[in-house]
Design a protein around this ligand. Sequence first.
Ligand code: AQP
Length: 329
Amino acid sequence: MDRLLTGLQPSGALTIGNYAGGISQVVNYQKDYETFLFVPDMHAITVPQDPEALHKNIINAIALYIACGVDPNLPDMHIYIQSENPYHANLSWIFECHTPHGDLTRMHQFKAKSALHESFTEGLVTYPVLMAADILLYDPKYVPTGIDQKQHVELARNLAIRFNNRYGELFRLPEPLIPTVGAKIRDLQNPEQKMSKSTDNPKASVFLSDTEKQIRKKIMSAVTDSEAVIKFDEANKPGVSNLLTIYSVFADTTVEDAVAKFEGGGYGDLKKATADAVVSKVIPFQDKYNEVINSGIIDDILNEGRDYSIKIAQAKYEQVRRAVGFGRI
Ligand code: AQP
């Protein structure tokens, strides 16, 4: 069975963007692939985190995956925490020593995130190398992701090619799996940017934990434009295009159908329908989330995921370790 692998950083509450680019794809494909779904807590500390909040966000993320439809009872579903498996960091070091510094400082996400902080750590630079290790340890065929992480999956692919050429066939080349709709949900207040969980503007992102009232308020006050024409044109009408995208993701339809439904109408109607669609999916997720978080099942799920992921990752790491000449012959 081919493998699928993805992770969502516990750097805050998850957004509807994380749902569209990450979780919803796992839910759609989970029966067709052996699935490795992990919480990348080591990635989260590339920017400062409060330790107590980080612990909580890790467990909340697991409960939310399940609440959104990830089925932990599928025999080929493995859910785990990155830092509980030491081979991610071990392989990452080897990869760092094979990655030109310039390849990392040229990454879009590094440029965007480093610009937000007066000083930043080396972890922010090397983040995509750790992500390459997260992926390549498991030989997945697909990595479900939004557009923002596509470049990082490409870096993992390039590292795999470099290693296979230099040391012999070690890694399967992964492919990013980008959703046809919802690959980039935009910030509601600044639709030039993508929606992020670590935003400073409380009106910019809709979180999967928001109340119905908060969701409606944020979507009704989304920035659009003064043209009063509903059409999908991301370059010239990013705000309206974003609403059409969010509507399509949460109403399970295509952007073409959404445009056909709303064209000729006002922005207020589009916003209201978008808010209705988001509320109708997200509020039931929250009911299920409360059930999961209080059920006591999370530790068992994580123990199984940890043990299985260590078994797979250790075998791959041993091959790589020998190939690069570490230790005794
Ligand atoms: N706005 C988005 N639209 C579509 N997909 C998105 N993803 C993130 N934002 C959007 C996808 O969600 C998955 C998990 O991402 P991540 O948590 O690992 O890191 P990120 O991409 O840096 O997400 P955020 O929300 O922007 O987090 P912070 O604020 O901590 O940096 C990935 O598949 C990602 O593509």
